[in-house]
Design a protein around this ligand. Structure first.
Ligand SMILES: [Fe+2]
Length: 464
């Protein structure tokens, strides 16, 4: 079925109501129970943020990280399962280091570092800031202990709280507020990484450890795909609003689109299984050359966390190894696999611009981390585009490169996004482990095409 959509292609950025979501209704374990709400996004500008919105947001975001860590033992928090992943303990420390180095050490005259060695241990990739502990051996850091990292966090929390109260009177209070906002968005990114990295770690353990108890949901059946038609022309993508966005989301600019169609929902695990059963992983005609080489080299025959046991497919998730839900979106596939599936289906992946122009008209609602489910769920029948936000990041066919007019800022913060603009692909929409409110239609996630340990899936597109 084809449905014509008026995408309002000349419209400016849609106004977004800041969401107030239930947080952590399932945050129980290791004696910790946290029930609360995330405060709304700070859409206000100016130094007033430092006296009201930002201190509350700071406390909420920092507590959310601690709540995730509290569900892990100190042993869970220490190992590193691969170079791309980091120990949970390292995430908790590095996010504190970010505030210490980019704010406290820059703006507090008499600030003394919590531990002079931590700058080396917890700098991730900032050349401007100096040498660092090699990424691939972060799992060897049995010291500092998880307990010492918690003490580090408490120190940073206290110092930042005092700093925010004092900074409101400074001439550069607005600059400081912007940096704190960046630090909070950065910490939310690491909350997602903490979850995907712990899943990768647990997937190597034959006990199939569960990060949280399994929560059953009603057995849904994915509706048939509808093909939603978008009229081409000159569209606009990129961020140009008052609230926060990462630098790589701008400048907003015009794009030329041909008429196109998007599938109304994500590709399901059951549909992906059909691709596998049709020899998808054995038929080179569906694959990019690099993708086919990766399939051979890695011995891929299924998505990352799928296991066949006694003829039935199972999937490792944050609630342990469970029978595969064929109606839920397929997750943990690489760009190569997403692209091969689309070719097998006679379709293609959407471009970033196609996805974003369609996504601008959607409310930013969906199955995010705050639902507590921590896995993608089947969609229900409904009009228009479903699952644009949450569930799984959607691979696009667009390379991650600079928008026209993009200039990284000078200094360490300029290394945040810009220097990664080569050889990676853009993903859109957030996932079931993305914190609610973190995402926007203009949000650009990016990963190398072979990576699949994030909650990554796909939506099909086709030409009109
Ligand atoms: Fe980071």
């Amino acid at each position: 079925m084809i449905i014509l959509i008026d995408v309002g292609i000349f419209a400016g950025p849609s106004s977004k109501e800041p969401p107030v979501a239930q947080l952590g209704t399932e945050l129980k374990g290791y004696g910790v129970s946290v029930i609360g709400t995330r405060t709304s996004r700070p859409e206000v500008t100016g130094p007033d943020r430092l006296t009201d919105v930002l201190p509350r947001r700071f406390a909420d975001v920092r507590q959310a990280s601690m709540s995730l860590g509290a569900r892990l033992s100190d042993e869970d928090q220490t190992p590193q399962s691969m170079t791309d992943a980091s120990p949970a303990k390292w995430h908790l420390a590095h996010t504190s280091w970010f505030f210490e180095v980019l704010l406290l050490e820059q703006f507090v005259t008499d600030y003394v570092a919590f531990n002079a060695h931590y700058n080396y241990l917890f700098n991730s990739y900032y050349e401007t800031i100096g040498d660092r502990h090699p990424r691939h051996v972060r799992g060897l850091l049995t010291r500092p202990s998880a307990e010492e990292v918690r003490a580090y966090r408490a120190h940073i929390d206290a110092a930042m709280t005092a700093f925010m109260a004092a900074a409101v009177d400074l001439d550069n209070a607005d600059e400081i507020a912007n940096l704190i906002t960046l630090g909070l968005a950065h910490e939310e990114q690491h909350q997602e990484l903490l979850l995907t990295d712990i899943l990768h770690l647990f997937s190597h353990n034959s006990l199939s450890p569960a990060f949280q108890p399994y929560r059953p949901i009603p057995a849904g059946k994915a509706p048939n795909i509808e093909w939603l038609e978008f009229t081409g022309g000159v569209g606009e993508i990129g961020f140009d609003g008052d609230g926060f966005a990462f630098d790589n989301e701008g400048p907003r600019h015009q794009v030329m689109l041909r008429d196109y169609r998007l599938a109304s929902r994500l590709v399901t695990a059951g549909e992906y299984l059909e691709f596998m059963r049709d020899g998808g992983y054995r038929r080179p005609e569906f694959w990019m050359s690099d993708g086919w080489a990766t399939v051979q080299a890695q011995g891929w025959s299924a998505p990352l966390y799928w296991q066949e046991r006694d003829g039935d497919w199972h999937e490792m998730g944050l609630s342990g190894l469970r029978e595969l839900n064929s109606q839920a979106p397929v997750a943990h596939v690489s760009y190569y696999e997403a692209d091969a599936f689309a070719r097998w289906a006679g379709k293609r992946l959407p471009t970033e611009a196609e996805w974003e122009v369609a996504g601008q008209k959607q409310g930013v609602t969906g199955n995010f981390q705050d639902s507590g489910l921590l896995r993608p769920r089947p969609t229900e029948a409904g009009p228009g585009l479903q699952q644009m936000f949450g569930d799984v990041w959607e691979w696009t066919s667009s390379a991650y490169s600079a928008y026209p007019g993009f200039r990284p800022v000078t200094g360490a913060v300029g290394e945040y996004n810009g220097k990664f603009m080569s050889n990676q692909m853009v993903l859109k929409g957030g996932s079931c482990v993305t914190p609610e409110g973190h995402i926007r239609p203009s949000y650009r996630n990016f990963f190398y095409p072979h990576m699949r340990w994030q909650f990554m899936g796909l939506r099909l597109a086709e030409d009109k």
